[in-house]
Design a binder for this molecule. Sequence first.
Ligand SMILES: Nc1ncnc2c1ncn2[C@@H]1O[C@H](COP(=O)(O)OP(=O)(O)OP(=O)(O)O)[C@@H](O)[C@H]1O
Length: 262
Amino acid sequence: MTAAPAPVNEPARPALTVRGLTAGYGGVTVLRGVDLVVRRGEVVALVGANGAGKTTLLRAISGTVPATGGTIHLGEDDVTRLSPAERARRGLCLIPEGRGIFRALTVEENLRLSTPPWIRPACPDAAYEAFPLLADRRRQVAGTMSGGQQQMLALSRAILSQASVVLLDEVSMGLAPLIVDVIFAALAALAAEGRSLLIVEQYVQRALAMADSVHLMRKGTVTHAGHPSTLDETRLVAEYLGQGMHSDQPVDERAGQAAVGE
Ligand SMILES: Nc1ncnc2c1ncn2[C@@H]1O[C@H](COP(=O)(O)OP(=O)(O)OP(=O)(O)O)[C@@H](O)[C@H]1O
């Protein structure tokens, strides 16, 4: 699914618009009026300290955490009150932290289940093209594969669902650097196809390098939004994760070395 190019000098139309969104868990408010726009074909990095509300925002956009206020639009459509399944049907795909694959099923069975019912016939070939290693392992039980291979399988859902807006939560979490390269190449390929990506990522530098814009979250609100060049990561680290850490380490590792100043 490729987004139509915007006329020259005109920004692409919004694929996802979040306005004044509030949400939380069991009466505890986490999101406190979030505003965010992801335009068609754009990659947006969502950054902020542990507990800032990034995962909750992705859940609220996907519908797995209900909004208590504000609105969520996919394109022109208000989806705020729609079920997660209906949002998926309208082109939204969440790749949650922790992979979300069927560990007892084979690679091929997972890929067939990853293809939503409105896309028929189910055809895993696009996933095998993106990740040839999965083709070699199509009959392997998913739970017996390495973490990186399982993450390729999880990411395949974004490919096979043909979603126009993909939400990605820490997809490189716990993976070896070489595998992280493969995962980021897959994200770049999704973006090149014109999908809109909203990325929460522990490798902040890498996410910023491929992003068209960055949104910084703090305590359930977006405190900064703009081109990645407007957000100096040194400042990000200093403000949110403490001083004296190396920016080429994953944020989670750095957070382990210094108290998070929330
Ligand atoms: N299932 C849940 N039930 C209750 N509270 C939750 C739940 N999930 C998250 N929270 C709380 O919501 C707040 C925001 O958490 P969230 O996971 O959205 O932040 P985050 O920015 O993604 O941080 P992290 O990088 O640590 O995942 C935290 O205070 C957290 O404890």
